[in-house]
Design a protein around this ligand. Structure first.
Ligand code: FPP
Length: 266
């Protein structure tokens, strides 16, 4: 019996891998998004489906983080931004917030070597100074230890919200006006973009949100102005290379007009 079960699992794995390879071969390298942002949603519902506490969903979400990061780097994506903890997430039950913060520390410690082996640089956006001390420290260490890597940048959005980002950028500009470095008339879209936490990162061409929800939820509000949005029905812990490739293939089939008409694009 055991042999048959193992054989079935093996055949299942082969079939998933074959499907993945088929999808991967559909991706056009020249039309690959440089920056993909993801709202990882559905951990709690996934855990509930499995009759487990919410934290079980977050733990399994780390597998999806690992696989998506690997897939993005293999394809040649330059920036992958993951919404790991929003400003609003502080209002979740204390035990869940604590567990998430500890999971971040644990994951950072475990994965830094893998990031280095794969030449991936870690960065963060958000007000990370307000994270618990251990999480803040682990994050700064991860950023420092990977700073010279060049293949891909993995950006974790932590204690991040789009409104916070625009407000902090506005504050910076107001300070510069006050100090006489710039005048109000100098303030334009470029200057504001340069003050955002993402100033060194190109805007995402593609935003993926999992779990069937169709909202931006205060993520990269300014930076998503022209991004293509892709909503996957899959809960984040079940998100794998297959779903990631599907999102990119869907993106590559779209016509991005940036306010122009089709005929002007050729
Ligand atoms: C959303 O699902 C998920 C989060 C707020 C946290 C995401 C965190 C991880 C995947 C773990 C660690 C991440 C990294 C980058 C190491 P939800 O809890 O809102 O799910 P629900 O909508 O079903 O309740």
């Amino acid at each position: 019996m055991r042999i048959f079960e193992n054989l079935e699992a093996f055949l299942q794995k082969l079939s998933v891998e074959a499907k993945q390879m088929d999808l991967k071969s559909e991706i056009i390298p020249e039309k690959l998004p440089k920056h993909i942002a993801i709202i990882m949603d559905g951990n709690g519902r996934w855990a509930k489906q499995h009759g487990k506490p919410r934290v079980f969903g977050h733990r399994n979400g780390v597998k999806a983080v690992r696989e998506t990061t690997e897939a993005a780097a293999e394809l040649g994506v330059s920036y992958l931004t993951l919404y790991a903890f929003s400003t609003e997430n502080w209002s979740r039950p204390k035990v869940e917030v604590g567990a998430l913060m500890r999971l971040l520390v644990e994951t950072l410690h475990k994965e830094i070597n893998t990031l280095n082996k794969n030449n991936i640089r870690l960065q963060a956006i958000g007000d990370i100074s307000l994270l618990p001390e251990a999480t803040h420290r682990a994050l700064l260490k991860g950023i420092e230890n990977t700073k010279d890597n060049t293949r891909m940048t993995l950006v974790l959005a932590l204690n991040y919200s789009g409104k916070w980002d625009i407000a902090q950028a506005t504050r910076k500009l107001a300070d510069q006006v006050k100090e006489g470095v710039i005048s109000p008339a100098d303030i334009n879209e470029d200057l504001l973009a340069q003050s955002l936490s993402t100033h060194a990162i190109p805007d995402p061409e593609l935003l993926i949100r999992t779990s069937g929800e169709r909202r931006i939820s205060n993520f990269l509000l300014w930076q998503l102005a022209y991004s293509e949005l892709y909503f996957s029905p899959v809960f984040w812990p079940d998100f794998r290379k297959e779903q990631f490739y599907q999102a990119i293939i869907d993106f590559q089939r779209r016509e991005r007009r940036f306010g122009k008409i089709s005929e002007q694009l050729v």
